[in-house]
Design a binder for this molecule. Sequence first.
Ligand SMILES: C[S@@+](CC[C@H](N)C(=O)[O-])C[C@H]1O[C@@H](n2cnc3c(N)ncnc32)[C@H](O)[C@@H]1O
Length: 358
Amino acid sequence: MRLPPPRIALAATSVRNSVLKFTRAVVPPGAAVLEMVQGAWNAQALFTAAKLGISDVLADGPKSAREVAETIGADADGVARLMRHLTTMGLYKSTRSGAFRLTPMGDVLRTGTPGSMRDMVLWVGAPEHRDDWDELPYSVMTGKTGVSRIRGKGLFEYFDDNPELSETFNGAMTSVSSLVDESVLAAYDFSGLGTIADIGGGHGSFLSDIVSSTPGTRGILFDLPSVVAGNVFHQRGLADRCEAVAGSFFESIPAGADCYILRIVIHDWAEEECLTILGNVRRAIKPGGRLLLVELVLPDDPSTPHPGTLTDLEMLVSVGGRERTRAGYAELFAKAGFELARVVPTATPMSVVEGRPV
Ligand SMILES: C[S@@+](CC[C@H](N)C(=O)[O-])C[C@H]1O[C@@H](n2cnc3c(N)ncnc32)[C@H](O)[C@@H]1O
């Protein structure tokens, strides 16, 4: 998949926001709210199609709802009604013969294909995660996570007892990562950075992309022991340029890299924990080094639509972290001994927040 240049993507987003504002101004408020709340049903329709593998059945070519139903062993009328609605949402297109074929959006609901969003759809619709969101009123009232209330432990500890849900979550993160990787590599110049450390970098897929596309760089992957054990460096032919180091970023971080990346990590934690992590980076970083956070930076104008306001609520109910504006990151950086140098937009809503040690 090819992403547009950041400038074009930002212009497209601005046009979309203007259309949205115009629509809200002309549609009766009751109808607008009705449509919004029914978004929950749309999410469930997507979840059902993903769970039943409907897009997988259509991968070889158009099929009627009856043929799809026979393949997945479902009720033909139910499948037809689901596919009719998903066709209005743009996932399928009906052919003259009454069959359905995949559109590009329907295609990303397939299993295991590059750029697939199926795991993200399965995570958002997972009954356990919907239970977490049922606790949003509790989280808003108390500032505490819904997960802690209903599970009695943090999300990641809960995953330890639920390997299947953990797999769905990790698959969802990979779905999003594949979109983000490409946009960050296109927007940010990593050349001349020498040694790049990806802190909380998962299996090192993003670091591998950076190192393999930037001659002269070396990589250090740092994550929990069970995570770095699954690193992809051998598989990617980068074992001579990348090393994996296991540990906790709450204890210490490998010293001496020129650049420290934390991608979609800081938003997961409460401020005190963020300051511990960033304090450890501050101790490890070389003078003149670069700190790069890849996060959804919220717009300064609170009325500008941005996906980060929704993931901020996901942070509130699930892990106790938060999304921040540019000013919020500048404040956090200052408390941790960094200054915010710039925020680099990408073709996705993710930005690169660049800091320098002071
Ligand atoms: C939301 S994921 C982001 C992963 C990766 N940076 C990406 O963008 O796909 C958060 C990462 O932080 C790691 N992590 C959580 N606690 C950690 C700790 N105490 N020390 C190091 N890494 C940790 C997790 O294992 C996970 O890989």
